[in-house]
Write a protein that binds this ligand. Structure first.
Ligand code: 13P
Length: 249
């Protein structure tokens, strides 16, 4: 069975109530595209408001590994579910780097999210120094080996490969490098979960926009995109969804 294309927007720490119209326009357009799954991950404060929009599929950008407790400032997976979220990003490089999250932390968060009923997008990606040293594939496979939950349903967990040096910079890897990484990820996943790895969606993220989406989404083993900056407006995001739909036929 072919994997459905998946285009997900990560708003990061952007988005006030005044941005609801953009989300509304994104979900309305996505509702017209039957061959593509679309989701938006706004800040926690906006999850409930986005989830109330027609055709909405909404995710969190992170969750705590515990269900509740004395963790000031944190949000748990059951709280995301309670707010209307259906998925969550874990292990984004801005969490791994900015908040010192380890592979073990990411794994615990992914397991908590799955247990709460959320689908998971587990992020990975190498810094520039690792790309330049030629060790990017080994680095990313090591991240995945140690941050994947021990057990999961293949259709509830996607991987997003986001080279850190491509995030917000306008730089993108060559198509060969993207398909080499995604092919290596698929092979490693086969070693972990067997044939079910072929059902898992592997997203590319890092400076995806309306101009480069068709090309990036057509690279081998790329099943979708995780989009930062270009997901903040319908005018920039919808062409990426259109490109995915065109490839889905
Ligand atoms: P940009 O699309 O802004 O490069 O961000 C990518 C990203 O980090 C999505 O999670």
């Amino acid at each position: 069975m072919a994997r459905r294309k998946y285009v997900v927007g990560n708003w990061k720490m952007n988005g006030l109530k005044s941005a609801l119209g953009e989300a509304e326009a994104i979900f309305a357009a996505a509702g017209q595209q039957s061959a593509v799954d679309v989701a938006l991950c706004p800040p926690f404060t906006m999850v409930g408001a986005l989830a109330a929009l027609p055709k909405a599929v909404v995710g969190g950008q992170d969750c705590h590994a515990a269900q509740s407790g004395a963790y000031t400032g944190s949000v748990s997976a059951p709280m995301l579910v309670d707010s209307g979220a259906r998925l969550v990003l874990v292990g984004h490089s801005e969490r791994r780097e900015g908040f010192a999250e380890s592979d073990a932390d990411v794994k615990a968060k992914a397991e908590a999210a799955l247990a709460a009923g959320l689908n998971v997008i587990l992020c990975c990606g190498e810094p520039l120094s690792v790309r330049e040293s030629g060790d990017a594939i080994a680095f990313v496979l090591n991240q995945i080996e140690h941050s994947l939950p021990d057990a999961f349903d293949a259709d509830r967990l996607a991987i997003a490969y986001e080279p850190i040096w491509a995030i917000g910079t306008g730089l993108v890897p060559t198509l060969n490098d993207v398909s080499a990484m995604h092919g290596a990820l698929r092979e490693a996943l086969r070693g972990r979960v067997g044939g079910k790895a072929d059902q898992m969606r592997l997203l590319y993220g890092g400076s995806v926009n309306g101009e480069n989406a068709a090309e990036l989404l057509s690279a081998g083993d790329v099943d979708g995109a995780l989009v930062g900056g270009a997901s903040l407006s319908a005018a920039k995001f919808n062409p990426i969804v259109d490109a995915a739909a065109a490839l889905a036929g």
